[in-house]
Write a protein that binds this ligand. Structure first.
Ligand SMILES: [Zn+2]
Length: 185
């Protein structure tokens, strides 16, 4: 069994996540870009109240014991919180050739079918935009470098789903970064 990197297992709101990211030191591993995913299974209906600590333990069991991986994705984002799974300061496993130098962000939902513009899907979207704004700002990564899992050449998955439009995500993150800096667009 590979050395499991352990999980953080904490959940944050937007402000708490930004403070948390500021407290981290990316001295041993610094990601070059961020990769966006959706969980697909579970979709929104399967997690009516979002994730819990128990779900993080179940995911640990899945990645560590069933898949025999050393880590998983870095973040799991639901309609309430931003959950930190694999520590952000070490590489995770989420997208084959992208793993070595990227942060993997999983959004709860199946956005080939779940609505990403209304209701719970919109709440997941807003939490994701906030988390991406913090990470791109703190790591000084250009949001234009954002990748989707489906950009990875070895995958067949339509991840994060057809309802997630990269140009919209990039524009929304860009706007939020500018807004947080108190600047004009
Ligand atoms: Zn994916």
């Amino acid at each position: 069994m590979p050395n499991w990197k352990n999980i953080v297992g904490l959940s944050f709101n937007h402000e708490e996540f930004d403070i948390y990211c500021h407290s981290l030191n990316w001295t041993t591993w610094k990601p070059a870009f961020i990769v966006l995913h959706h969980t697909a299974n579970p979709d929104l209906q399967m997690r009516p109240d979002g994730f819990t600590s128990q779900h993080m333990q179940n995911l640990t069991h899945h990645y560590r014991d069933e898949l025999n991986w050393s880590a998983g994705p870095h973040l799991f984002i639901d309609d309430h919180k931003i959950w930190v799974f694999t520590p952000l300061t070490t590489s995770g496993i989420h997208a084959d050739s992208f793993n070595q130098n990227s942060i993997g962000v999983e959004m709860l939902g199946d956005y080939n079918s779940d609505n990403f513009s209304e209701g719970r899907g919109l709440a997941v979207r807003k939490n994701t935009i906030a988390a991406l704004a913090s990470l791109h700002n703190i790591l000084d990564i250009d949001i234009a470098s954002l990748k989707f899992h489906k950009d990875e050449p070895n995958t067949q998955k339509n991840c994060p789903g057809k309802n997630v439009i990269k140009g919209e995500i990039i524009a929304e993150v860009e706007d939020l970064i500018i807004k947080r800096r108190g600047g004009e667009k």
